[in-house]
Design a binder for this molecule. Structure first.
Ligand code: HH2
Length: 284
């Protein structure tokens, strides 16, 4: 079943085809692109490039969430992403998402032009729920065990899909009841999960459809792809595209990717196979 369209600031996200969320990490230490876009000019240029390549959303983050990563201060996070958000909100015509776990960073990011809050801690902090509700901005609720520092220490699930689905349902209901205008759910591939968990989540992604929300999946360049292909992070492009297509076929509505052009092309083909309406066929 197709989720209802989602209003993101002035943008209306319809789910008649797969949406591509381009990743923009303004960090020195992100696992795949750390340091490349730390200078605001480089980040803005990359954001513009991804929008030109067909990104439907841009996800801008100032703090790495890779396993074991240290937290940074609100001030430092805002120093990194503030100028980038401000510039891109004027220069590109796609919704900007802020990838943060900190309510005050999210609130300031919205003021600077973000219209979606992507919280890898799943809106666990009640202040984040209030921030999204007050700003009237939808949120991505992602599942993660613990924090990036501790998440790989506790990787046991009875039924990984059922547990994560129940968690996301509870978080989504809480957020909507508190006045958050819309939610997107994300099983959090690689966040406190081993290879088998990640593969099972992707294989059974369709089960998240019953939550009635758009489903976002981030597989791009992640270490489980390295485990499968034995490729280092800078050689995981093909693996990432293959995994994104797999996720789309199993029910992802949005894929979060570093390689926008390749993913966009692949998503078009996947959408055509799925018979999505937005794809033009000879009879249309
Ligand atoms: N993955 C990462 C960061 N944010 N947000 C959502 N909703 N889903 C994800 O799967 C997800 C996410 C990790 O990837 P990346 O941003 O490339 O790395 P880092 O956290 O090291 O900056």
């Amino acid at each position: 079943m197709r989720p209802e369209p989602l209003q993101c600031g002035p943008y209306r996200l319809a789910f008649d085809r797969t949406l591509i969320m381009g990743v923009l990490n303004v960090t020195p230490d992100s696992f795949s692109d750390g340091g490349r876009f730390l200078a605001p000019e480089a980040a803005i240029e990359q954001g513009r490039r991804m929008a030109a390549e067909g990104a439907d959303l841009l996800d801008i983050g100032g703090e790495s969430t890779r396993p074991g990563a240290d937290e940074i201060s609100e001030k430092e996070e805002l120093r990194r992403i503030g100028p980038v958000l401000e510039a891109l909100s004027k220069q590109v015509k796609v919704p900007l998402s802020v990838d943060t776990r900190k309510p005050r960073v999210a609130a300031e990011a919205v003021r600077l032009g973000a219209c979606l809050i992507n919280d890898v801690s799943g809106l666990r902090d009640p202040a984040m729920v209030r921030t999204a509700a007050e700003a009237q901005v939808p949120a991505v609720i992602m599942h993660m065990r613990g924090t990036p520092k501790t998440m790989q220490e506790q990787v046991y699930y009875e039924d990984v899909v059922l547990e994560i689905k129940n968690y996301l349902r509870e978080r989504a209901e809480t957020a909507l009841a508190a006045g958050v205008p819309g939610v997107i759910v994300d099983p959090g591939i690689g966040f406190g999960k081993n290879l088998d968990h990640n593969l099972e989540l992707l294989r059974r992604l369709g089960e998240f459809g019953s939550l009635g929300c758009p489903v976002l999946v981030g597989v791009s360049r992640k270490s489980f792809l390295g485990r499968i292909t034995e490729k280092p992070v800078n050689e995981r492009g093909a693996a990432s595209v293959a995994a994104a297509v797999g996720a789309i076929m199993y029910g992802a509505h949005i894929v979060r990717v570093h390689d926008v052009a390749e993913s966009k092309t692949a998503a078009r083909v996947a959408d055509a196979i799925l018979g999505r309406e937005a794809v033009k066929t000879e009879s249309s």
